[in-house]
Each structure stands twice: as structure tokens, then as C-alpha cells.
Design a binder for this molecule. Sequence first.
Ligand code: SAM
Length: 334
Amino acid sequence: MAQLLDAFGRPLRDLRISVTDRCNFRCTYCMPKEAFGHAYRFLERKELLDFEEITRIARAAVGLGVRKLRLTGGEPLLRKDIERLIEMLSGLDAELTLTTNASLLPRKAQALRDAGLSRITVSLDAMDDATFRAMNDVDFPVERVLEGIAAARAAGLPLKVNCVVRRGVNEDQIVPLARYFREHGDTLRFIEFMDVGTTNGWRMDEVVPAAEIVATLSAAFPLEPAQAQYRGEVAKRWRYLDGGGEIGIIASVSAPFCGDCTRSRISAEGVLYTCLFAARGHDLRALVRGGADDAGLAARLNEIWRLRADRYSELRAQATASGPAKVEMSYIGG
Ligand code: SAM
């Protein structure tokens, strides 16, 4: 079968699956309390795709070229019996990963590994406890995230740590995070603060550009660039000159990588988005619940991908000022 390519010749390789829109953190840049408080209407259980529906969609996507499945949210470990979904998805021919705030990892890491999870990504934005508690805005201590990370390591889960850098909030944490994860041998990646959704009040001057992150790091631990490992690798990799491992930087604002974007995302209620910054998606739940068979589902995915022409980040300057409301990060996952 000919490779499925979108309107700009990009293959479909990654599917990110949000399994819940709920989270136990209220990170100020993602789910600010003012927008996601008591009055906010989260999805009800019957609105969520069930595990069979998720697995059917994932299987169809793998048939069209997807090689990596990532579970996300909201906080994916809040979804009841997530291990069972992992077990179901682990039968597919794709790498299976999960992004988490690590709060529930101390009790779940081993079960996730046993169910067939290949790798895990933990989000951690500060080493300083006061800074971290203020950023998650539920007073969650950094120590418990580090316990979660230790549990993932003990369970044998290969691990990456992601940090979003927001100017005036945590750029002073770049070096402490690098120091800690160098010492522990884990890959750390810094992510530029992105204009996802509309509730976080994003402003360009809050983005700490990749070049500045590298300069800050290099002053403490000299770095040299490392080669990309595969097409579509979004993190630019840098190696410590003293052999202390590597870091990655995801420069989605200062150096957009739309040209290599092979990702699609599905919300917890089954809406497929072909761009993180999309305002509109495609309702797969209606299709699945409407009785579409596997061939019909694959044909629809094929059609959506072939027509895909998104390149939001490259057009950011114009789009941010005038575009329609975009989906929230907590709805679609990272
Ligand atoms: N709850 C899980 C977690 O904490 O990793 C998964 C979902 S969370 C939405 C996924 C990632 O998106 C987190 O690493 C978070 O820091 C990141 N994120 C949220 N809003 C962002 C933004 N505006 N710019 C860059 N990254 C963002």
C-alpha cells in the first residue's frame, strides 16, 4: 500500500490520545483556576470514548502508519483502570508511551510497566518547591513528583522529563533542573511556552526562546549540538561536553517544525485534531457509535489525513491576532 501523506507530504506517525479532560493540578499556564474552577463542566463518563472505542481507533491509525501512541489528558493516570487500556493497546504494532504529572506514579508505575507501557514522560517545571507549588497551584510538593520519577525508574520504565519555561515564572529553574537530571542520568527537555488554547493569557514576551535556554545552560554546563535521530524529531538535542548526557529543546515558537509534523491528536470524547492549535476537529465518536465498521473508520482517517494542510506555528504571527478560539491543552493533551 502506498504511504499515506497529507497535503504537504507529511506521513501520519504519531497519535496522542487524551483519556480524560480532568486533572488534579491547576497549572497556571494550562488549567488556571479562574477558568477551570467549580463551575467548569468537565466531560461526563458516557461522553468519553471507552477502551474498546479507543483501541479500535488506535488500531485503524496504526494500519495507516502510526508508529507511536501516547496517552495523555488532563492527567491520564486519573482515568479508572488505565492499565487495562494499556494492556489492550500494547497488542498493537506501535510504541506505547504516556505523559503524566507523576503524582500517582508511586502506586501505579509497576502496573503500567506490567501492562505493556514502553516509556513514560513526566512533566516537571521546577526543582524549587515554592516555585513548583505555585505553578501547579494545588500546593503539590516537588518531592512527591521525584518519588514518582523514582518509582518509574524502579519499574524499569525508560523516562524523559519535560519542563515548560515561562519567563518571569521559572526560567531560574533551568540550571537546577539540568543539574538534578544530569546527576540521575535522565533526559530532560525544555519546551517553549506555547499559545495553546485561550485561557492561559499567553504573550510572546513570556516565551524564553530556545537560544536563550541553551545560553543559560551552556554557562553552567557547556553544550554542543547533537544530530537528530529521525524525521519529525521535535526536540533539538544538545550534548554536555563533559559526557554528562543530553538535553532536548522543543522550540515550537522560535523555530516551528510544522514541515515535519507527523502528529494527530484525539480528545477524550473522540474528536480528532490534526494540529495542536486547531480550532476545529473531526468527530470520530459519532462515526464509531454510528456503527462504522473498521474499513469505514480507516477510510475516514485516511481522508482526513490526506486533506490535512495545517501549519499553524509557521503562520503564528497572523493567526494569533485574528484566528478563532483554539482548543485547550488540557482538552487535547500535550
Ligand atoms: N497531565 C499530564 C502532564 O502533566 O504531563 C499530561 C497532560 S499536560 C496538558 C501535557 C504537557 O503539556 C505538560 O508537560 C504541560 O506542561 C504541557 N503544557 C501545557 N500547556 C502548555 C503550553 N501553553 N505551552 C507548552 N506546554 C504546555
